[in-house]
Design a protein around this ligand. Structure first.
Ligand code: HEC
Ligand code: HEC
Ligand code: HEC
Ligand code: HEC
Length: 212
């Protein structure tokens, strides 16, 4: 019995959906980053207590102004905003935990400061559209898409593949929308590059939505 208990504990620990083992080996493994003196992985993004910088995900990073040029007229939703707090190049990476430390600027620490790749900048019209609602038609904002079934699991909606590999986010207006986290997971997935939810081998991720 004693060993069964231990075995169960081990199983619980290793089946946790956020595994530091996985994230530590990705570009979001900030444990050795020069701008992260505490050396914690989760802290630049989350805090267990007193999160007040944003209302979701116990957010611990200083918020970026929501001043983007986008495909959709409405403001960028909360979850994509989380990503853009670092990836728009406007806010210092080191500005977390309530400090506004601007000594480690964001853009200049991504791809050598060049806008593009990891530093998306504030003009999102040269990036894949986000923020649009995923509804029941096969035309979304004028783009004909291969509308896969929408899968519902534990109150969250997914699209793509045969079981829903990509995730939609519920926005304040109750629409389910495409965000950065539809294609990406901030915590990484073992064996999958670019922090994607699934490998894009032979563009299968793109073809989950686009019937080309
Ligand atoms: C680079 C930023 C970043 C880092 C580092 C990070 N997270 Fe997250 N995490 C996010 C974002 C953004 C969300 C909300 C996005 C979403 O809904 O998927 C999130 C959501 C979560 C959630 C709730 C939803 C889920 O996916 O289960 C948990 C729990 C979580 N993170 C735990 C952790 C832990 C533990 C660590 C450290 C080992 C960590 N995160 C590191 C950005 C990060
Ligand atoms: C605390 C700041 C921070 C936040 C918040 C953050 N990132 Fe990052 N991200 C980084 C840094 C730093 C890098 C490494 C950039 C580089 O090397 O040029 C990175 C790299 C990446 C990469 C490249 C991975 C690779 O293997 O090349 C992707 C994809 C990415 N982030 C997506 C996201 C998404 C999606 C979110 C939101 C869910 C997010 N990030 C939130 C700081 C952040
Ligand atoms: C429709 C799917 C999709 C959406 C939505 C999406 N991405 Fe990506 N992203 C990808 C794919 C696929 C790659 C890998 C690119 C490659 O293979 O060259 C990528 C690459 C990246 C990279 C790494 C760039 C590099 O070459 O170093 C970053 C950073 C990134 N995405 C951030 C974001 C952020 C932030 C958002 C939201 C504003 C976002 N992505 C939305 C599919 C997406
Ligand atoms: C979650 C579903 C989804 C995924 C995954 C996805 N797309 Fe899209 N894509 C869309 C929708 C919907 C639109 C139209 C949205 C809009 O115009 O606001 C679109 C728009 C586009 C456009 C047209 C932009 C324009 O000029 O109007 C291109 C090109 C594109 N996607 C390429 C890709 C590529 C390449 C990938 C894989 C890296 C990909 N998409 C993955 C749903 C998706």
């Amino acid at each position: 019995m004693k060993y069964l208990g231990l075995l169960l504990l081990v199983v619980v620990l290793f089946s946790s959906s956020v595994s530091a083992q996985v994230i530590a080996n990705t570009k979001h493994g900030f444990q050795n980053a020069s701008w992260n003196a505490g050396g914690q992985i989760c802290q630049p993004c989350h805090t267990p207590h007193a999160a007040k910088l944003s209302s979701n995900a116990l957010w611990n990073h200083q918020a970026s102004p929501n001043n983007y040029s986008t495909w959709e007229s409405e403001e960028v939703g909360e979850v994509s905003k989380n990503c853009l707090d670092c990836h728009d190049g406007q806010i210092a990476l080191a500005a977390f935990g309530g400090t506004t430390d601007a000594s480690i600027p964001n853009g200049s620490h991504m791809n050598g400061g060049t806008v593009g790749l990891s530093n998306l900048g504030v003009d999102l019209t040269n990036d894949h559209p986000i923020n649009f609602a995923w509804n029941t038609t096969t035309t979304v904002s004028g783009q004909t898409v291969n509308k896969p079934n929408v899968f519902e699991k534990n109150g969250t909606k997914y699209v793509g593949g045969t079981s829903g590999d990509l995730r939609l986010t519920k926005h304040a207006d109750n629409d389910y929308r495409v965000d950065c986290t539809t294609c990406h997971t901030p915590h990484g997935k073992a064996g999958v590059g670019f922090l994607l939810r699934k490998a894009n081998t032979a563009s299968v991720l793109c073809q989950d939505c686009h019937n080309k």
